[in-house]
Design a protein around this ligand. Structure first.
Ligand SMILES: Nc1ncnc2c1ncn2[C@@H]1O[C@H](COP(=O)(O)OP(=O)(O)OP(=O)(O)O)[C@@H](O)[C@H]1O
Ligand SMILES: [Mg+2]
Length: 333
């Protein structure tokens, strides 16, 4: 196997190699402290102790997200992970703020899989509940700017939801989990680039196809009949609306809609598809107006984002200009 070590992630404990090759840890030893999430892909907090030549030892913590590869689809999965890595790298090189920084890729900790190594963040749920309304407003303003900047660069995230937004110690958002995202700027190719793009110019030529499994979390997608798709950027706008609803009110739109539909129609929704079929615009706007009766600007913003008619949706540019975010206490990053 030929390993091309021409590219190293900045500050990376590992080296990133082209598609279908192996990434080795180059220094340090790791201890896995605790499992942060046992979702689809387990995420561990790991501490690296490294010793340099002068024998000073230092410790750094990372979040390690492990993807198991299934034999049948391993090469597509690896391709997907590497495409995602390039999107992270593009964001970093372009200086797009509010996006998680990928520190490296590794195969050292899961023989049948790949691990992505990130900086580690405090748990988001606890932080959201401790934020004041104004802090949440400012938080959402920064998040909206990040999504706007991604869209300006023809990147769609496609899985925006509270659990994919980490929170820094300064209470600013950090968007993570780009597994469903894609970049349509450059020329999409199914093959590994011969040379890994590293400069902004090279990265701008890079494009990828939408991932095969690009559903994202259906609870944060616009209710619509199966098979009918919204335009790529618009999907993020609805999901931002559902995320803002949840962060500001503390209750998810999906849970609220479930209760409302049960009360009004006696129908119990067991899965997100039921939610898609049963929700109507009147119920949705009623929920927004009830939850945000004391916050008319928030209600106006959410009504514009959570319309069931895509042609009514605001773009992220309109969102960041909305009066809800023109409040002076709203600071960005
Ligand atoms: N860098 C990180 N620092 C701290 N916690 C993290 C980090 N990355 C992920 N997590 C935690 O792990 C959870 C799951 O991570 P991630 O979204 O990457 O995996 P997932 O399998 O796609 O999960 P989901 O289906 O919920 O989106 C996050 O919701 C968060 O709580
Ligand atoms: Mg996730």
């Amino acid at each position: 196997m030929t390993l091309d070590s021409s590219f190293t992630f900045p500050n990376s404990p590992t080296t990133f190699f082209p598609i279908n090759s192996v990434v080795e840890t180059t220094k340090g030893s790791w201890s896995f402290e605790r499992e942060i999430s046992n979702g689809k892909n387990p995420v561990w907090e790991a501490t690296e102790s490294s010793r340099n030549a002068s024998s000073n030892s230092s410790e750094r913590s990372f979040a390690i997200r492990i993807t198991s590869l299934s034999k049948a689809t391993a090469s597509q999965q690896v391709n997907q992970i590497n495409q995602t890595a390039l999107i992270y790298l593009f964001c970093e090189r372009k200086g797009i703020e509010g996006v998680l920084r990928l520190k490296g890729l590794s195969s050292a900790y899961s023989p049948d899989g790949r691990s992505e190594i990130y900086e580690v963040f405090p748990r988001h749920e606890e932080i959201h509940t401790n934020m004041s309304f104004e802090e949440k407003r400012s938080f959402l303003n920064s998040l909206a700017k990040t999504i706007y900047n991604l869209h300006e660069n023809d990147i769609v995230h496609w899985d925006i939801k509270p659990s994919n937004i980490l929170v820094t110690n300064q209470k600013t958002p950090c968007l993570s989990d780009f597994e469903c995202s894609w970049m349509s700027k450059g020329k999409a190719t199914d093959h590994a680039p011969q040379k890994i793009p590293t400069t902004v110019e090279e990265l701008e030529e890079f494009g990828c196809n939408p991932p095969d499994k690009s559903e994202g979390d259906l609870r944060y997608r616009a209710p619509r009949p199966r098979g009918e798709n919204e335009s790529p950027k618009a999907r993020d706008c609805f999901a931002f609306g559902a995320t803002a609803y949840e962060i500001l009110s503390g209750i998810s739109l999906y849970e609220d809609a479930k209760k409302e539909i049960l009360e009004l129609e006696g129908k119990e929704i067991k899965n997100p598809f039921g939610y898609l079929v049963n929700l109507n615009q009147k119920i949705l706007f009623q929920l927004v107006n009830d939850r945000f009766s004391e916050y008319p600007l928030a209600a106006d913003l959410l009504t514009n984002l959570l319309s069931l008619d895509e042609s009514q949706w605001m773009t992220m540019e309109e969102v960041i200009k909305h009066p809800f975010f023109q409040y002076t206490g709203c600071q960005s990053f």
